[in-house]
Design a protein. Structure first.
Length: 198
């Protein structure tokens, strides 16, 4: 409630309907932060403009609430707690879909920090599909360093081997390059001072 006794929602000018829940929002703020929201509001149907309601069907209600909280506060502090699993992945995907690069970067940093044997293949696939260079590089390096463990996980078999063999090819190429670099380094160390001057 505001000082005048009115609910803050009375000041909103549009409603997002998501997962059966209503999210009153400020259209101008969402449009200013996201090109996707801006396009959505610009191309809303006559009925949507009259009713001032747009239905979102590709994001669950919990994730949309977190997206809106970020738009209003510019932080994900307190939004996820210790959740480095499905909730974080859903928020990352939503950030990419709705063109919120700052939110995507924050989620990406959390994903990188939580890389582990059981999730690295999932995170690598996620980075590949959403064109996240930093997450992809970190996840790939982690997998290469722990290949024997990661390759035994169900996530590796389903996400990489079965669904995205092109990622497997990238990993093999990177491993070959690293092996070549290490071989050259070992060769250089074995050279005598006289040989290195030739």
């Amino acid at each position: 409630m505001g000082e005048d006794g009115k609910d803050a929602n009375d000041l909103t000018d549009f409603t997002l309907l998501c997962g059966g829940q209503q999210f009153p929002c400020f259209r101008v703020l969402l449009a200013a932060r996201s090109s996707v929201f801006r396009a959505m509001f610009s191309h809303a149907s006559v009925k949507e403009n009259v009713d001032r309601v747009v239905e979102i069907s590709d994001v669950d209600a919990d994730t949309m609430q977190k997206v809106l909280q970020f738009v209003y506060t510019d932080t994900i502090s307190g939004l996820l707690g210790n959740d480095n699993g499905d909730g974080l992945i859903k928020l990352y995907r939503a950030a990419d879909k709705y063109d919120l690069p700052e939110l995507k970067s924050l989620c990406e940093a959390r994903l990188v920090a939580s890389l582990a044997v059981d999730n690295s293949a999932t995170y690598l696939t996620l980075a590949h599909l959403h064109e996240s260079r930093v997450l992809k590089e970190k996840a790939m390096n982690f997998i290469i360093a722990h290949m024997s463990l990661v390759s035994a996980t169900d996530s590796w078999k389903s996400n990489i081997v079965k669904e995205h063999p092109e990622i497997m090819q990238e990993i093999i190429m990177k491993m070959c390059c690293l092996d070549s670099i290490r071989a050259n380094q070992r060769s250089e160390k074995k050279q005598t001072p006289e040989e290195s001057l030739k």
